[in-house]
Design a binder for this molecule. Structure first.
Ligand code: CDP
Ligand code: CDP
Length: 218
């Protein structure tokens, strides 16, 4: 299993991780893991049963027993298509609140590692290189300025027909960055040996090609 190559892509919200990771996976014919979706699902599943994001003992069994199915770009929770629900900004916030708990993180480890299958895996999140796939062949730390990221989120939400306010998005994004970077367990940070990629003024295609280049050289 450890012989199967992994490309780990970590970074803050709206840095382009998901978009870049999926395209790299497509080009290489690799599997894809959206680890953030798992935290978002714990956020959603707990809110459905009225469990607070502060209540670690109640969140752990929810994380352990998540009945999740990934089908193409759709995500199902207990058979229900929850793709749009988990993408809401509110669920990103809930995800980052449940993600501070060690018990919740531990409950999701083996589920994430199970995605490592032939011929390879591209995984995106916050701790792909630092915790889940420490032996990843290629480690990328993807960033972009907060303004560029808020602008991307804004355009993404408007394109999907949601309303959005760029100032509110910028404030929410800074709050989530701070929570993710300052938590004691698996904080968002670049590991030694990670390739840094600032995509502020890069196209998606350029970012994808850079990651592929690094992986070919690994
Ligand atoms: O997964 P993450 O939250 O890091 O970001 P994403 O959902 O992949 O990307 C957020 C938005 O930024 C998407 O609409 C991308 O198309 C866009 N994007 C971009 O405009 N330029 C880039 N270099 C990367 C992403
Ligand atoms: O797409 P975006 O970057 O906004 O969020 P995401 O990747 O779906 O992750 C949502 C939240 O889950 C993050 O803000 C983190 O708090 C948490 N998360 C984590 O702690 N570890 C991961 N490997 C992935 C996500």
């Amino acid at each position: 299993n450890t012989l199967i190559p992994v490309i780990a892509i970590d970074g803050p919200t709206a840095s382009g991780k998901g978009t870049v990771a999926q395209l790299v996976a497509e080009r290489l014919g690799y599997h894809y893991l959206d680890s953030g979706a798992l935290y978002r699902l714990v956020g959603l599943a707990s809110s459905k049963v009225g469990v607070s994001t502060a209540s670690e003992p109640d969140l752990i069994p929810i994380a352990e027993n998540l009945n999740v199915n990934f089908q193409g770009d759709r995500v199902f929770l207990a058979g229900e298509d929850v793709t749009d629900q988990i993408r809401q900004e509110e669920m990103g916030k809930r995800a980052s609140e449940v993600a501070v708990h060690t018990g919740v993180r531990n409950a999701l480890v083996s589920r994430q590692r199970a995605f490592r299958q032939k011929p390879g895996l591209v995984a995106d999140g916050r701790d792909m290189a630092s915790v889940i796939f420490t032996d990843a062949a290629t480690k990328v730390f993807l960033t972009a300025s907060a303004e560029a990221r808020a602008d991307r989120r804004y355009k993404q939400l408007i394109a999907k027909g949601f309303s959005a306010n760029i100032q509110v998005l910028l404030q929410d994004l800074r709050e989530r960055d701070a929570r993710d970077a300052n938590r004691s367990n698996s904080p968002l940070k670049a590991v030694e040996g990670a390739h840094h990629l600032d995509t502020t003024s890069m196209t998606i295609e350029e970012a994808v090609n850079q990651v592929l280049k690094w992986h070919q050289a690994s």
